[in-house]
Design a protein around this ligand. Structure first.
Ligand SMILES: NC(=O)C1=CN([C@@H]2O[C@H](COP(=O)(O)OP(=O)(O)OC[C@H]3O[C@@H](n4cnc5c(N)ncnc54)[C@H](O)[C@@H]3O)[C@@H](O)[C@H]2O)C=CC1
Ligand SMILES: O=C(CO)COP(=O)(O)O
Length: 346
């Protein structure tokens, strides 16, 4: 039987994932907030603001009517920016039945309650069963997926059947899907790497080199893991596609909106100038605010996040932020390793 999937969100990611599903023979309805997007897809088969130059398959049916978008579908994929996530779930709640399986592909945290987005789903749609929820994450720029360039991602769910159901739905010759039971690590890896990508962009914008970027990525992963472990993630997830994989792609790709925003900050633009020049979401800005508060709440040391927070929200210059990082007191590279090493006993 042909699977039918509702994709909620017609930005670059929702559209690219709708294409994967259409390529896999699914019937796909796609909800767009704005009627102009629906009209353009219907008349031109393109979504030029978000995926210029890409022709969309005929089996993607766009609509601006949320109820119409999800009516009768077996599966729902949510791919809206994190700032609109709670409201979108609240609106969806009236139309979602309790047996539907829902996956989200948003990389962010709930800005008000500092919780993960699958937790927001359960708060806003109480009829959803946790076993029917999944998360799709990993190193995957929409621009490349829409060109059918080889890509690997992770589907995380606490329920194996749900994870494998979505694996089967999305997987094809150019889109390879792995499963992982660690929902916490998958969501945190995807949300927190955006902060480090902003930092990598700032570093490049300041004219620093590969040494600085490698340092940011490696030490960045360290602080992502530190917070992640505190919040219940499995350490190994951060060594995988949802952790280091996504960190690499976002810190080094010309497609990354977070890197591009950071680059402009490093070149001396203000945050307002940067945001007004971009017509796409820069999740790292919201994630920095949320992670900074989580780090304080859980007493987790996150020096890079703290430095980026000071640049974004406390008026510190990017160069001063780098000086703050380089001037920190000396530490071991890994406290845990130093602690267990017999020869290091004092
Ligand atoms: N673009 C990419 O390559 C990837 C994006 N993601 C994640 O997917 C999520 C969506 O990002 P993109 O599609 O790239 O964003 P985008 O900037 O390309 O498009 C945003 C879409 O969301 C809609 N939107 C904006 N504010 C909204 C709100 N308050 N409520 C509902 N809809 C709203 C816009 O109309 C637009 O359709 C983000 O969390 C992003 O991190 C994840 C992996 C890859
Ligand atoms: O998450 C992404 C790639 O995996 C997209 O990153 P940006 O939002 O920085 O473009």
């Amino acid at each position: 039987m042909q699977s039918s999937v509702a994709v909620i969100g017609a930005g670059s990611w929702g559209t690219a994932l709708a294409m994967v599903l259409a390529d896999n023979g699914c019937k796909v309805s796609m909800w767009a907030r704005r009627q102009e997007v629906v009209d353009e897809i219907l008349s031109e088969r393109s979504n030029s603001k978000y995926l210029p130059g890409i022709r969309l398959p005929e089996t993607i049916y766009p609509t601006a009517d949320l109820q119409h978008a999800i009516k009768g579908h077996h599966y729902v994929l949510v791919a809206v920016p994190s700032v609109g996530f709670r409201n979108t779930m609240r609106e969806l709640s009236a139309f979602l039945s309790s047996d539907v399986k829902v996956i989200h592909a948003t990389k962010g945290l709930d800005k008000d309650n500092l919780i993960r987005l699958s937790q927001v789903m359960l708060e806003e749609v109480p009829q959803l069963k946790p076993v029917n929820l999944a998360v799709l994450t990993g190193p995957s720029h929409a621009e490349e997926v829409s060109r059918r360039s080889p890509t690997t991602v992770v589907v995380a769910s606490q329920n194996r059947v749900t994870a494998e159901t979505f694996q089967d739905l999305f997987m094809n010759s150019y889109f390879r899907v792995y499963t992982n039971p660690d929902v916490v690590g998958a969501e945190l890896g995807g949300a927190l790497k955006n902060i480090i990508a902003l930092g990598a962009g700032i570093s490049d914008g300041l004219g620093f080199g590969d040494n600085a970027k490698a340092a940011l990525m490696t030490r960045g992963l360290m602080e992502i893991s530190r917070l992640g472990l505190q919040l219940g993630a499995a350490q190994m997830t951060f060594a995988g596609l949802a952790g280091i994989g996504d960190l690499i792609v976002t810190c080094t790709s010309k497609h990354s909106r977070n890197w591009r925003a950071g680059y402009q900050l490093g070149q001396g633009k203000t945050i307002d100038e940067v945001l007004s020049s971009m017509n796409m979401v820069v999740e790292g800005i919201y994630a920095t605010k949320a992670a900074f508060q989580l780090a304080e709440r859980h007493q987790v040391e996150m020096p890079i996040t703290t430095a980026i927070h000071s640049v974004l929200f406390e008026g510190r210059s990017p160069r001063a932020g780098v000086e703050d990082l380089m001037g920190r007191g000396k530490t071991h590279e890994m406290e845990e390793v130093a602690r267990i090493s017999m020869s290091w006993e004092s």
